[in-house]
Design a protein around this ligand. Structure first.
Ligand code: ADP
Length: 254
């Protein structure tokens, strides 16, 4: 596949056909490379929590332990198994998206209703982390798949809560502007360095290992979010400054 046909001394029609063929080869090669990388990354991500489960089971079975030690081992196994489940669910979702099976089913709705429902679901989590969750929800009517946009809202707001320290703020806004309906999530968290921004929506991308709490992070949330936004013909944009918070904005063209 990596070999190209040399079209330099062919007549122009044949030369053009060969150029198209070469371009098709290049695209195939690149999607094949991406698939190989994706499989390798997915295997690596799954291997870590599975190794933790295995090690904890071996530790518990090696000899008699105190009830507290068994409990501790079981709790770690439970957290790791939950992480495996989250990963597998996200991987299945992405596989469905890649296979073209994924469709958004649109009907008239309001992004404000999406945001309100997400905030209601996540307010207890924000409170637990001592984070102020504020809203300003103006009507922003669009044709959308409510459940899918709800998933997007949950991803963005839960990320904001995850990456803000106690005492910080998360603001959720919806509004209409000429030609667009907007859904925005802003936080006062640690922000993202400029050079990292272009990779943020890549599969398995994490800004840093230390920052992403291993058990809670899959690095797939934003990739899924972007795929859903793209399927709506909308756009997602992030503005962020290191140490100064981030703003994720989704614009639906009207
Ligand atoms: P994860 O499961 O790791 O949160 P995501 O795909 O949702 O995966 O996010 C990818 C990475 O982007 C995260 O690991 C984190 O480093 C960074 N990130 C996402 N949202 C924010 C945010 N609001 N503030 C700072 N960093 C963020």
């Amino acid at each position: 596949l990596s070999q190209r046909i040399d079209a330099s001394d062919m007549d122009s029609e044949l030369g053009q056909m060969v150029a198209v063929l070469n371009e098709t080869f290049a695209k195939l090669e690149s999607s094949f490379d991406q698939q190989v990388r994706f499989t390798a990354d997915a295997s690596h991500e799954l291997r870590t929590p599975i190794s933790v489960i295995l090690a904890k089971c071996q530790f518990a079975l090696m000899r008699e332990r105190s009830p507290e030690k068994y409990r501790e081992a079981l709790k770690t196994c439970e957290a790791s198994a939950q992480h495996v489940r989250r990963l597998v669910e996200s991987l299945l979702e992405l596989a469905r998206m890649d296979s073209g099976e994924f469709r958004v089913i649109r009907s008239p709705g309001d992004l404000a209703a999406v945001a309100e429902s997400c905030v209601q679901l996540l307010s207890a989590l924000a409170e637990e982390k001592q984070i102020e969750l504020d809203v300003d929800l103006q009507p922003a009517r669009v044709d959308m798949d409510f459940d899918r946009m709800h998933q997007v809202g949950i991803n963005l707001i839960s990320n904001a809560i995850k990456y803000v320290n106690a005492g910080g703020y998360v603001y959720v806004r919806t509004y209409s502007e000429p030609g667009a309906a907007v859904f925005e999530v802003r936080d006062t968290g640690m922000g993202i360095r400029r050079e990292k921004l272009p990779h943020l929506f890549d599969r398995f991308y994490r800004v840093s290992k230390e920052r992403s709490d291993e058990q809670n992070s899959t690095g797939l949330g934003l990739a899924i979010t972007k795929a859903i936004v793209d399927a709506h013909g909308a756009e997602i944009d992030v503005v962020s400054e290191w140490g100064n918070g981030s703003t994720f904005t989704i614009r639906f063209p009207l």
